[in-house]
Design a binder for this molecule. Sequence first.
Ligand SMILES: [Zn+2]
Ligand SMILES: [Zn+2]
Ligand SMILES: [Zn+2]
Length: 277
Amino acid sequence: MTPERPTGQAAMCPGASHRLVFLGTGAGCGVPAFFCGCPACEEARLDPRARRGCCGVILEGGKRLLIDTPPDLRHQLVREGVPSIDRLLFTHAHYDHVGGLGELEYLVRLVHKAPLPTAASAEALAGIKAEFGYLEECLALEELSPFSAFEYDGLRYTALPVSHAPGTFGYLIESPQTSLFYASDTGRLEPACAERVRGVDILVMDATFWKRNWSPTAHHSVQEAIEEGFELDAGCIYLTHLAMHYDEPITLAALEEYLVQFGGRVKVAVDGLGLPL
Ligand SMILES: [Zn+2]
Ligand SMILES: [Zn+2]
Ligand SMILES: [Zn+2]
């Protein structure tokens, strides 16, 4: 398959006003998993670039919007030098995406002194309330319905239902220059979602598995993410939520080598990577 559209940085307008920063790009157990000695985990022990925390991203313009609060959140925010969070958005309420929510308690109590605006689906809000009852006065919860959109800090966010736990959203994020779809956890997109995503400049896609997909209704393999990204005519595809080590481990070096065949149109997200929007 040959790339037909401009790729990577070239696809992004030089007048970018915002930045998406990957706080984490790993599946639930992280890379290295503390219990694993596979080549991918051993590579990550030696090379910081191959280390992956759980998935979250921050959108920075004049303000900072955080999507998901992974368990490693405090370390991720310190690493990226993020001084504050102004708004919170959730994809869903699985542990690897909400486990670090408690890390924001002191930002709210000591700095903002006002509840943090926090939006998610009804199902994700129910999960957050059940797990984090002690944060009730710290969060101003706002329910998002499927396909609803809002504007924040010069970006338009549309909540698109994806194929994962009930109430999981991917977010279509549009700046005046660039469109990006962030879907860290999803199986193959349903047609109504796929039609909204078609032709997006940047697709950030679940690529949990290498080769065999253990959970095809909830996740993608690397190969499926690439195939679907091309079907959707995405300008470039960033693979995220990578486990690197299920049936067969794949090192970052080997994965980047594998992606050379796509001429730069498919890239591996790494923790700390920033994309202009
Ligand atoms: Zn491993
Ligand atoms: Zn999940
Ligand atoms: Zn996940």
